[in-house]
Design a protein around this ligand. Structure first.
Ligand code: BGC
Length: 858
């Protein structure tokens, strides 16, 4: 028996994270028993026990709150011991967490310097005690910083202090610098512009100034502890000096310029800065680090005579390039996602220059941008005399999200689609969950994050990254009367509109995290913000349903707008209807959360609100006999997915079938309908149609883009025309994750694994594989918050074999393909062989299974 995945606040051995409380989690594997009987958690600091749960019966291993008296800058070690129902015992290996400064305050003061023509480097020589035992660096720099000791980068993180609502809060990071300092005390901090100081937002143009500030600012504090526990603190003060780097320009959208021929500069004195108004807090953001690295697959000479490297994969990140050019040679790199007629292309990046300019000093070296990132597959290279593919290395940058789920099928193109969705996630979880990584946006669009949050948590551990995003969202809401800006962080008024489905991220994402991870902490943290969003809607809605009338994106990029056209972005489903459905849905989530958090009166209030909105919605959008008057696929999908929208699921189901008959079986859905499309079809017994849509190879369908060589998920169903030409450049990205939500369907329906909301965090699962011979087989594993589930099925001749594994401590209700009744499963491995004819039962005979948002539990 082993104890694995030990975490505190859903982080493994966190160093310097903001900690309001301590919630522990762990998993038991390789046990003879099936469930935990009791456990004991002990926390020590400096060798002394500071918390001991004592032997506790049935603690929740997904979220065990053990109160630890937290002190600043303290390293804690903890172990958990468990006993199972088979009488086994085990103790975990020691785990750690370390607090940051907490309320101790800073001895350091904020510094700044002249803006100058070149990015500044702040310096300080530190005298290191001979018997140094440990040392930490606490640091925040605006816009971005990269700290070095003795010329060596500290840590492996990129783009610190990350991207959040700088008007409200700033994050400082903590680094263990013990080893660095043993080698010497030359501390230097290179400063960049980043989201804070370079232009940002889709209405900005190259040359525009930043939205948050115009001066580099730095605060840093090194705490050194010697062998007898004596502390020496060195913080930023006016003894620090400033020199100038060779970086002459840096911008998130426009790239970076470096000129190595520039002379060294004499040290200037750093000056004290006006401290930023925002609160300086310990980090929430996960580290963004370099993950995959690889070489170009091809060096292309294009018909226009351009030299272009093909990385073979669209992605987000940076690069390293070996240069060996004579002094004074100017090199320019530009990036793009696709080629057009074999030539370099980047019009769809719009105003983003996304380039790197370098002037060589004649010395051979490896160059790498520091304070920018690119979304790209192709690189146009100018100024290099003998370019070799081995000189260039692609570096994927994204937040450190542990992989949790994998799914593979017997269909090569579906497997490529899954891979593309993985790359969509990697490319768009660079600290903030973004819409896209390449053009002049790369922003935390709430709607995109909302629809992609469940699949994100299927394939990676999304708790911490989405938790930080929600925390940031709440800081925005606090200043905007509960309004959720369309993008988080918003940075400026031009991004502070709000809309249905987008703003509902404030309720839907926390609820998804609660369902997937089973920790009420997320509801506790977000409850006020969730409520504030619904209260905001109530104020806007008034007595006359004004929320229906404000600007909404609606079923964004759906294909059923009667006034279609290549640049059409709005779908055909009445936005007022969508607005009502999501308003009621958000109210119901708040009601359920209130019930869980023991706020019975508020639960009643929000449930009654949801009922009232639904009743008004039915009056407005349904016939008296319960037929939805909006003739679109998405309208019926919402009616079927969200309980209470329709009084007649049968009518909505029939109408949805009819909608598909009218389009000859083609989908017409956009951002709202698509994530729910295939699941809803399975729920009404139309599994074959769901598979028809998944497997469709031409437009509009998921495999259309796979056939056209996509290596990520496109923003539009028709981002590219069948002849390979880009369909429009106004708004067209080849790396948008929203339609990658099909991966959630593959987990939840094709493999068939869903969390049971009543026992969240997969303590109990609902398993119901929906099979189709065209997929051949499915193999899925999911490292849930409760342990690893595995489901696989395969067709062999006239039979279907099904394998299911339930982890320690969990239970599941299994519905076999084609069956109506469910089987109760306890931890263990199960194999079934079923006659094919019985499993593949399609059509209206299957039961209508309501799913989605239920009522609050009493
Ligand atoms: C973004 C989206 C976003 C949308 C708002 C676009 O420019 O890329 O994905 O949700 O605007 O409708």
């Amino acid at each position: 028996m082993k104890i694995t995945n030990c975490q505190v606040n859903h982080l493994t051995d966190p160093l310097g994270f903001d900690m309001q409380e301590t919630v522990f989690s762990f998993q038991v594997t390789q046990a003879a028993g099936t469930r935990l009987v009791e456990a004991r958690l002990i926390v020590t600091a400096r060798g002394t026990a500071v918390a001991d749960s004592g032997w506790t019966e049935n603690p929740d291993p997904r979220a065990w709150r053990v109160n630890v008296p937290l002190a600043p800058r303290t390293r804690y070690t903890w172990t958990v011991s468990v006993r199972t129902d088979a009488g086994e015992d085990a103790v975990s290996a020691p785990n750690t967490f370390e607090t940051a400064l907490m309320d101790e305050g800073w001895q350091a003061r904020w510094l700044t310097c002249d803006r100058g023509e070149r990015l500044p480097i702040f310096h300080k020589h530190i005298d290191v005690p001979a018997d140094l035992a440990s040392a930490r660096l606490y640091i925040c720099g605006l816009g971005l910083y990269e700290a070095r000791l003795n010329g060596k980068k500290i840590g492996s993180e990129y783009l610190t202090p990350y991207c959040n609502n700088y008007h409200a809060w700033l994050q400082y990071q903590t680094f263990d610098v013990t080893e660095h300092l043993r080698a010497g005390g030359d501390l230097s901090v290179l400063m960049g512009d980043g989201w804070y100081m370079s232009r940002f937002g889709y209405q900005s143009k190259p040359g525009d100034s930043g939205l948050c500030g115009d001066a580099h600012k730095l605060i840093a504090q090194v705490v050194m502890t010697d062998a007898v526990g004596r502390e020496t603190v060195v913080g930023t003060d006016d003894s620090w000096t400033v020199t100038r780097s060779c970086i002459t320009f840096t911008s998130i959208y426009d790239g970076e310029h470096r000129d190595d021929t520039l002379p060294e500069t004499a040290p200037e004195q750093a000056v004290y800065a006006e401290p930023p108004k925002a609160a300086l807090t310990a980090r929430w953001s996960l580290p963004v680090t370099a993950h995959e690295t690889w070489r170009p697959i091809e060096l292309i000479r294009t018909p226009k005579g351009e030299t272009v490297l093909d990385l073979g994969q669209n992605f987000s990140g940076t690069f390293r390039m070996r240069v060996h050019e004579p002094a004074g040679t100017a090199i320019r790199l530009q990036v793009g996602e696709v080629l057009q007629q074999g030539c370099f292309y980047r019009d769809n990046l719009r105003s983003a220059l996304a380039e790197y300019r370098y002037v060589s000093d004649g010395r051979e070296k490896v160059i790498e941008p520091v304070f920018t990132f690119y979304g790209y597959r192709y690189v146009k290279v100018e100024g290099v005399s003998d370019l070799r593919t081995e000189d260039f290395t692609a570096v994927a940058l994204y937040s450190d999200l542990p992989e949790t789920g994998a799914i593979e099928t017997g269909h090569a193109k579906v497997n490529q689609l899954i891979k593309n969705a993985h790359w969509g996630l990697r490319s768009n979880f660079l600290d903030v969950p973004t819409d896209c990584p390449q053009r002049d946006e790369r922003m935390g669009w709430t709607g995109d994050a909302q629809v992609f949050s469940p699949p994100a948590c299927n394939i990676r551990d999304g708790y911490a990254v989405l938790g930080e995003y929600l925390h940031d969202m709440a800081t925005e809401q606090a200043a905007l009367g509960g309004l959720v800006p369309n993008v988080v962080p918003s940075f400026s008024d031009c991004n502070r509109g709000t809309a249905t489905v987008w703003g509902d991220a404030a309720t839907i994402i926390p609820w998804n995290l609660y369902r997937m991870y089973g920790d009420e902490a997320i509801l506790n943290c977000q409850y006020d913000a969730m409520k504030a969003w619904v209260d905001f809607l109530t104020r806007v809605d008034g007595d006359e349903h004004h929320w229906r009338d404000v600007f909404h994106y609606g079923d964004w990029l759906a294909l059923d707008n009667p006034r279609g056209g290549v640049d059409q972005t709005f779908g055909g489903t009445d936005v007022g209807y969508i607005a009502d459905v999501y308003y009621a849905g958000s109210a119901r989530i708040v009601a359920k959360s209130a019930a869980l958090l023991g706020k019975a009166e508020e639960a009643d209030h929000y449930e009654a609100l949801a009922e009232r909105i639904l009743s008004d919605l039915r009056d407005e959008y349904f016939s008296p006999n319960g037929r939805c008057c909006i003739p679109t696929q998405t309208a019926q999908i919402l009616a079927l997915h969200y309980p209470g929208v329709t009084v007649s699921r049968e009518k909505a189901a029939e109408r949805l079938r009819e909608c598909f008959r009218e389009t000859g079986g083609e989908l017409r859905t956009g951002f709202v309908g698509t994530p729910l499309l295939c699941g809803t079809l399975c729920d009404i017994g139309e599994t074959k149609l769901a598979y028809d849509l998944l497997l469709r190879e031409d437009y509009p369908g998921w495999l259309y883009e796979v056939n056209l060589g996509a290596t990520t998920i496109w923003e539009r169903w028709n981002s590219m025309n069948p002849d390979g030409s880009v369909s429009s450049t106004g708004m067209n990205s080849f790396n948008h994750y929203a339609y990658g939500s099909i991966v959630q369907w593959l987990f939840e329906y094709a493999a068939g694994l869903k969390p049971d909301e009543a026992c969240p965090g997969f303590a109990r699962a609902k398993i119901h594989p929906h099979v189709d011979e065209r997929l051949g087989h499915v193999e899925m594993r999911y490292a849930s918050a409760s342990g690893e589930y595995r489901i696989s099925w395969a067709f062999a001749g006239e039979q279907l074999t099904l394998h299911v594994e339930i982890p320690f401590g969990c239970t599941a209700a299994l519905t076999l393909p084609g069956a109506d009744e469910t089987l109760e499963l306890t931890p263990g491995k199960y194999d079934y062989t079923l006659p094919k004819a019985q499993c593949v039962r399609h059509g209206a005979t299957a039961p209508l299974r309501p799913d989605g948002w239920g009522r609050p539990s009493a």
